[in-house]
Structure formats: C-alpha cells, structure tokens
Design a protein around this ligand. Structure first.
Ligand code: 13P
Length: 254
C-alpha cells in the first residue's frame, strides 16, 4: 500500500509572517492525529525559512515551488537546489502548469530542474497535465505521455525513490471544476503504466501519483478512493488550515 501524500502548493500567497501563522495552524492541526499521511507545504521562496522554523520537529515537510538547475553563479533571480536544502526544504515541485503556461517551462527544462534537485538530495514532485483544448481534442493521453517521458524518462532506479508525480489537468486548476474520480483514475493509471515501462514493476507500484485541481475537503475522499490516486496537490484549499486539515483527514481514512 502506498502511503497517502497531501501537499499544499501555496503559489504566490503568504509572505513570511502569514506563512508562520499558516504553518503553525497546520503543525498544530496534525499534532496528535495518527501519523498515516505524508504532509507537505510549499510556500514561496521568501517564506521558506520562516515556515521551516515553525515546522522544525513536526511531521509536516517543507518544499519549494521551483528550482534552477545551475549550482551557483550569475543567474539573477534564480534559486539553487542547495539553497533550498539550506532553507529547510526536503521537496521541490517541478513543471507546474503555471510555470509551463506563463514562464516558458518545457519538458526539457522540467527534466533539468528534476535532475539538479535530485543530485542535490531533494525529493521532487513532477507535475503534468493537459489543457482544456488538449482534452477536447482527445490529446490527453498523448500530452501526459509526452510530459511524463520528457521529465522522468531518464531516471535511475535509485532516483525513483525520491520522485512523486502529480496529475493536474489545467482546466481543473483554480476553476472549481474538478476532474471526476474516474477521469483522474484513467490518467493516473496511464501514468503508472508508463512508470512500469520506464522503470520496474516494483517502482511502478511504489511511486505515488497525486491529483491536483480544485481538491477540497468535500471531494477529497472520493478522489482518493481511486486505486491509483495516492494523494493530492492542493492549491486554493491549502491556504485555509481547516480546509487543508480536512483533506488530510480524508486521506487518513482512505
Ligand atoms: P487549486 O487547488 O487551487 O485548483 O490548484 C491546484 C494546483 O495547481 C496545485 O498545484
């Protein structure tokens, strides 16, 4: 059985003081509940150190939302993997659709970020997902296959231990329009098959695949009940501690 994994992507919300408050509410909220779910929060870069201070010693893990692939140097505005580790991160996201849509992220740059992060000792959630236009043109499987192969096609067996995937259909992100559990399961199953082709059967069974796109306390349990949906990457609902804790509670029962 794969251990459920609930991750909050705070996107461009919460500077250091707000991040402290939200991290504290989440830390206190999971305190005393059975430790059966992996919980991760991903604040903006500037709030990582503040959140790390609050989360030290708790089971809530810390991640960043992006990473650059160079180690150091004249790369104004960029942040290296070692800096994220130094700020208390265990995880980083790579290839979020907002990076792909608005910041020129490609399958190639996702792979570069992934490899740099792994080499530095970070764990990575690689995000994939089709746009509405692609879904309506029946391109979902082709797009997701290309994105998955492009990002994680060249991983070593050992690297796979540090990688999770997130399926986030772009049309379900921040829209309130959630994929049906069946739609999610169909794509998650495809991704798991691809992992089997690229890696091994053991890896295929071990890697966690999260669903993202308008996950709320009210729809989490149904999504998580699907065989290949191992967790959630939560945007909007991760900014309210009560909602995020509700999703974690749903995962505890899944
Ligand atoms: P929402 O939960 O706000 O739809 O965002 C999903 C997402 O993009 C998480 O990375």
């Amino acid at each position: 059985m794969r251990r459920p994994f609930i991750a909050g992507n705070w996107k461009m919300h919460c500077g250091p003081s707000q991040a402290r408050d939200l991290a504290l509410a989440i830390r206190n909220g999971v305190l005393g509940s059975p430790d059966v779910v992996d919980v991760l929060v991903c604040p903006p870069f500037v709030s990582l150190a503040a959140a790390a201070e609050i989360l030290a010693g708790s089971t809530v893990q810390l991640g960043a939302q992006n990473v650059f692939w160079e180690e150091k140097g004249a790369w104004t505005g960029e942040v290296a993997a070692a800096m994220l580790l130094d700020s208390g991160c265990q995880w980083v996201l790579a290839g979020h659709s907002e990076r792909r849509q608005f910041f020129g992220e490609t399958d190639e740059t996702v792979a570069k970020r992934l490899h740099a992060a792994l080499a530095a000792g970070l764990k990575v959630i690689v995000c994939v997902g089709e746009t509405l236009e692609e879904r309506e043109a029946d391109q979902t499987a082709a797009v997701v296959t290309r994105q998955v192969r492009g990002a994680v096609g060249a991983l070593s067996m050992q690297d796979w231990n540090s990688v999770s995937l997130a399926y986030e259909p772009v049309w379900a992100i921040g829209t309130g329009r959630v994929a049906t559990p069946e739609q999610a399961q169909e794509v998650h199953h495809l991704i798991r098959d691809l992992i089997g082709e690229m890696a091994s059967q053991a890896t295929q069974e071990a890697v966690r695949i999260l669903y993202g796109g308008s996950v709320k306390p009210g729809n989490a349990a149904e999504l998580l009940s699907k065989a290949d949906v191992d967790g959630a990457l939560v945007g909007g609902a991760s900014l309210q501690a009560a909602d995020f804790l509700g999703i974690i509670a749903a995962a505890s029962g899944s």
